[in-house]
Write a protein that binds this ligand. Structure first.
Ligand code: ZN
Length: 291
């Protein structure tokens, strides 16, 4: 698959519904009008592609996302897979790795839920804080098997950045091409040595919770990005804001999807991150991942 030329947001949710488990209706993101308006603004800012990492059991809504794609002109990339405990649907507990992989492969080759829309990436497949539960391991293995069969990239969720190395260990057991793996939410670790170790293994890392300052300050994100760029490693980073709640939307007082381009990028530019490095993270690296 080829992306359009332009900025790519690598880890977003056009819709998501974790409200059942979280017992909080704010976690059901399904506001069509507001989302379309935000996406139109994104498009004006140069965003041409957006990866929707909402998958099975997370409230993925193909019709909704297609409508947003059509109204905004932003190319949406769809995902297959399963998230993490306790958000996994019943089938994950019942089926084997092989059977779970078969479902993912079918969504890649033939389309999602009869829509004809094919998944182009496996993810977000995730792990819990400081641990990989047996069921999460099963999903990661199924993702690895799916990658082997289809060649599609894998994008992960880490909880507060933890267990990225453990995820890589599982991928290595299956001899996955780590150049097709993105370890997610690493900015939340706040630990540059750890992030450099991940990069050293050969994966991409995602600074994809930008704007979530209740978890991590932007100053710290900037510091870590400087370290990475100073070592010539901006070729291994992708970016996003990971909008997951109604209250993250602009109309509802949140930062909105455009925060990355309107606020964070100007901020890091002013603080010495070069245009070339920014282009790598926002434009060139996603192109390589999907090539
Ligand atoms: Zn996530």
């Amino acid at each position: 698959m080829k992306l359009k030329d332009g900025v790519t947001y690598m880890h977003e949710h056009i819709t998501i519904d974790l409200s059942g488990v979280k017992k909080d209706l704010d976690c059901r993101l399904d506001v069509m009008e507001d989302t379309i308006e935000e996406f139109k603004a994104l498009k004006k800012l140069g965003v041409e592609n957006l990866v929707d990492v909402t998958n099975r059991g997370m409230g993925r809504n193909i019709d909704f996302a297609l409508k947003v794609q059509e109204e905004s002109g932003i190319n949406v990339i769809f995902s297959t897979g399963y998230y993490k405990e306790p958000f996994l649907p019943e089938e994950v507990y019942k089926l084997s790795e092989k059977e779970l992989s078969k479902i993912m492969v079918e969504e890649i080759l033939y389309g999602i839920d009869g829509s004809g829309v094919k998944a182009e990436i496996i993810g977000e497949v995730g792990t819990s804080k400081d641990t990989v539960t047996p069921i999460e391991k099963k999903v990661i293995i199924a993702a690895a098997m799916t990658h082997i069969e289809t060649g599609k990239p894998i994008t992960t969720h880490t909880t507060l950045g933890t267990s990225g190395l453990e995820q890589i260990n599982i991928f290595n057991e299956y001899k996955i091409d780590l150049d097709k793996v993105i370890i997610g939410h690493v900015d939340l670790s706040g630990d540059i040595d750890y992030i450099l170790r991940l990069i050293d293994k050969g994966v991409y890392v995602a600074f994809d919770t930008i704007g979530k300052i209740n978890y991590m300050s932007e100053e710290r994100r900037l510091e870590m990005l400087k370290e990475i760029c100073n070592r010539g490693l901006s070729e291994r980073v992708v970016m996003s804001v990971d909008i997951t709640r109604k209250s993250h939307l602009k109309h509802r007082g949140g930062i909105g999807y455009s925060y990355l381009l309107n606020s964070f990028i100007p901020y890091i530019k002013e603080n010495g991150i070069s245009e070339q490095n920014i282009n790598n993270m926002l434009r060139n690296n996603p192109q390589k991942i999907f090539k």
